[in-house]
Design a protein around this ligand. Sequence first.
Ligand SMILES: Nc1ncnc2c1ncn2[C@@H]1O[C@H](COP(=O)(O)OP(=O)(O)OP(=O)(O)O)[C@@H](O)[C@H]1O
Length: 295
Amino acid sequence: MLNVQHLTKRFSNGRGLHDVTFSIPQGEVFGFLGPNGAGKSTTIRHVMGFMQPDSGHVLLNGLDCWKQQGQVQRFTGYLPGEIAFPEGMTGLSFLGFMAELRGMADSSRRDELIMRLQFDARTPIRKMSKGMKQKVGIVAAFMHRPSFIVLDEPTSGLDPLMQRIFIDLVLEEKARGTTFLLSSHSFAEIERTCDRAAIIKDGRIVAVNDIHELQSMQRKLFDVTFADGTEAAAYAARHGDRELRGGHTVRIAVQGSYDDFVRELSAYRVRNVDVFAQNLEDIFMNYYHHREARA
Ligand SMILES: Nc1ncnc2c1ncn2[C@@H]1O[C@H](COP(=O)(O)OP(=O)(O)OP(=O)(O)O)[C@@H](O)[C@H]1O
């Protein structure tokens, strides 16, 4: 579906993109992660055909995103990082304007999305909160049922409930075969929606990983509370690497398979188990630092 090949762009301040290469097969949700200024939006602007590469190219279904911008945009949905709305419009008049540009006759999907996102689209945009404007942008990106959707920091400004509704929307579209490129600072959002993710830093891709592979690299810490101190001490003593937390609680780190851990605990009287997961960001960063150390 999307093919970004050796994409290079140099701004006059020396920043930009250097040899960015990745591809997204049809039906995949691909995450794009990176700190501020890493080059996420610049890459996305090339994908949308708003910028001409210095070298390399971006192809969507074989079409050149710069040279065949009009054709590419017909089947693409786009939510920019910051939306510039025309003056004096309500949410509804803006969406009507976008529908007209796209030659859409049926507004049922637009109305369904407005209902799902629970906002009054008749509000003048200048009176809208950041979150409400974001919802208008999401409707505009999804309403024509595009087969490829580019989302630049989609949940910024949305409260946790709306973030959930949005994630469900992405997963539903994914189930219909829609392909996504989703840039985010939120690892939870990437973890819940994406199949693979790339990390970009200083204009270069530093890693592309399968999300499930990253999840299996995730270490979990369990605080197990035993019925009494004797059992806790016995359990801790059997395993030099397990930490007695005081009282009747032992902390255990488990990575990969939980089978041995569960089997062994079944021989004890367990009163409580608390679990703490290493987050995806830490795993990514560990991975990234290991690669750097090896290089
Ligand atoms: N038109 C431009 N002219 C000069 N420099 C630019 C231009 N556009 C972007 N840059 C610079 O290129 C770098 C990458 O910017 P970009 O907006 O792609 O980052 P980002 O990863 O999207 O970050 P953020 O999360 O902050 O949006 C930044 O240092 C930015 O200042």
